[in-house]
Design a protein around this ligand. Sequence first.
Ligand SMILES: [Zn+2]
Length: 508
Amino acid sequence: MKRIGIIQILQETNYFNPIQTVPGDFGNFGIGTGREVLEKYGKVGEIDGFVRGLRKWPGRVRPVGVLRLQAWSGGPAARRTRRWFAENLSRELGKAGRLDGLLVALHGAMMAVDEPDIEGFLLEKIRAIVGPDIPVVATVDLHAYMTPRMIENASAIVGYHTFPHVDQPETGIRAAGVLRRIFAGAKPVSALVRLPMITGGELQSTFAPPLRPIFRDLVALEGRKGVLSTAILMTQAYLDVPELGWSVLIVTDGDPGLARRKALSLASRCWPVRERLMEKFLKAPACIDRALACKGGPVVIADGADATNSGGGGDSIHLLKEMMGRSIPGGALTIMVDPKAVARAFAAGRGGAFRFAVGGKRDHIFSQPLKVAGKVASVHRKAAYVLTGHGGNNLKIDMGRAAVVRIGDVTLLLVEKPGPGSTPLMYRCVGLEPRDFKIVIVKSPLGFRAEFGPFAADIILSDCPGCASSRFDSLPFRRISRPLWPLDRIGDWRRVPWIRAANSLENP
Ligand SMILES: [Zn+2]
């Protein structure tokens, strides 16, 4: 009987979000230790896939729950959060007893205030506890920032193949398959090739051109003999780390030359499409003009710079401010994370007057609190739902208490905690139907299209200030390696010195 330990420690960091991520943010998503990991979270995301994948093994195998810590995207992990990860890992791996292998679900783009590479730190910690001989297969999001330290401390790494992310369970199943091949004698070797480019999420869909054909070939390559896993990792761009950029990771069975050739060939195909991944954006006034000129509704305006899906604060005031000054027949619907404003609305009660400065408290660098005067339409003890689709499967979301405030033609949903900004459920969970409004604001660069696209009369991408802006020149990067496209013009990407060093390209 093989005993396979299962761990998930997952958060996506936006380094420019000033609110640090603390253990309580993980508590909000449910902490699982030991048996609870499978009892409570066995049907969620990658863990679901791990269990399903292990069931396909021919021999006797038992999944052993060890630890599950997940938080929604946000600011960097606090110092104490990193210590808390390490303490939890030591304690729970100690309790788990003998393990023959490990499956570990990570994001790949988590940073702490004092550690730029949390996943490297976690895998190093796990490796130190279980020793050098136990196979450890880790999964990462397609927006992982891959590091040599992660690769060295895992036996193999398996990345998502989709964006919008709808393949978390499949990724878990693939990881269990790689672990099985390691037990059957496979010797994983990895090749990592970096590209000097970052791109916004708006046009990164793996289901549409220009990336669809590249991802089709990436997936087909994983089915080839001798190839264990393939990934194009487009990285979370809102990290202030050296060697930030896209990367290609290919893992083969004992064939480093094949891994390297395939990684270089796929990287060479990603580079020329970069210009086609640059979206056009409109300033807030132009967004509202175009929405009002649209015959039908709802018009969906994406506030990608404040995307909670990209680790933004979810409390930008820019589109709200613009809409408050307008007459919007049919009304506008928007959302904001502001626990103080929720408390004020609860104090006023349903029907009460609401005068308060909302927003600009979490992302206080790109927004300032905005004074509003309106009326409390409703208050809700809980704004919660279960997410399946982009970003999660069977994932419980709890945005805390909520209040709906009417300010002129604008309906503002105030919530205490952030959740996905890409699903209509964020509004529907308190009885607001996005289809009933002329304008609906979403806090996501791309993922919202899956569920809002089918009923949107028009989709507009806004250019507002925010810590998840795709206007990278507006962000205070200090540690990234330069040149980096699109901040810098680059001719031959293989001749960029830091790329040559990172990829060991002696003969470009
Ligand atoms: Zn992602």
